[in-house]
Unconditional design. Structure first.
Length: 265
């Protein structure tokens, strides 16, 4: 087994962190920027099943020449390859990888599955309830899930969380991990601020998906636990948070967490 050093748990946000585009908002028709050349035409979908079936339609239509919807949302085939190499590299250090998204579980799992990346993650946390259904959602419900979509639909336990920092604290306690052994990779500064007392954090500042600097930073964090925080990454595109002194998180720590509501989007 690999030596138990460096980061042991990496929790990735999905939209605009793993992906370049905001997948949920793009499919919902909420006008989210998706990067150069990325836009989703109507019809739109806001339910888990509706968005999964819409991805299938888009992959066979508008995004077919780009290798499918997921490839386009991740910035193209070259970036897909680099993200996959990052995930393989992190797993090679013995780190466990998870996704925690405010998007829909089935949609996240379908995108990762279409790209051959779902195998890298031990769990995906997200939401399973959508917003007010569109006409496409209603049609999708009548059609029922495709065999492919059925494989990716979210389970209730994947939606049993409120705040990312509290979820990570629980995961760390279950694995008896110290502060410096877990990291949240996230494009939302508010989520980073909330988590910085729980674990290390990496902020994807531009909200256009991780880039080569983030890849190198994460691999160093997984391999070099004693590296000085100020040497852990680029100042312009990523932030590695040194945080307080290392400590072990325990169940009593989680119990003290305030049950403040967390925004869905």
């Amino acid at each position: 087994a690999p030596p138990q050093q460096g980061v042991r748990l990496v929790v990735f946000d999905f939209d605009q962190t793993l992906s370049c585009a905001h997948v949920f908002k793009s499919l919902a028709g909420w006008g989210a920027p998706g990067g150069a050349g990325f836009s989703v035409p109507s019809p739109f979908a806001r339910s888990e099943l509706g968005q999964m079936l819409l991805i299938e339609d888009l992959s066979n239509g508008k995004f077919k020449k780009q290798g499918g919807f997921a490839t386009a949302a991740f910035g193209g085939a070259a970036r897909v390859k680099r993200v996959d190499e990052l995930l393989m590299g992190l797993r090679g250090t013995g780190a466990e990888l998870m996704v925690c998204s405010k998007g829909l579980v089935g949609v996240v799992q379908k995108c990762l599955g279409d790209l051959g990346m779902l195998r890298h993650f031990s769990e995906v946390y997200g939401r399973i309830e959508g917003y007010e259904p569109t006409a496409y959602d209603q049609d999708a419900q009548a059609r029922g899930p495709s065999e492919d979509a059925r494989r990716y639909v979210g389970r209730p336990e994947q939606a049993k969380w409120r705040c990312k920092d509290k979820l990570i604290a629980r995961l760390m306690a279950e694995r008896r991990l110290r502060y410096e052994q877990a990291v949240l990779v996230e494009d939302d500064p508010d989520e980073v601020r909330s988590a910085r007392d729980t674990c290390k954090t990496v902020l994807v500042k531009q909200a256009r998906g991780m880039n080569e600097e983030h890849f190198a930073l994460l691999l160093r964090m997984a391999a070099e636990p004693s590296a000085a925080p100020e040497a852990w990454g680029p100042q312009q595109s990523a932030v590695a948070d040194a945080g307080p002194a290392p400590r072990m998180l325990s169940a009593p720590f989680i119990a003290k967490c305030s049950p403040r509501p967390c925004a869905i989007m």
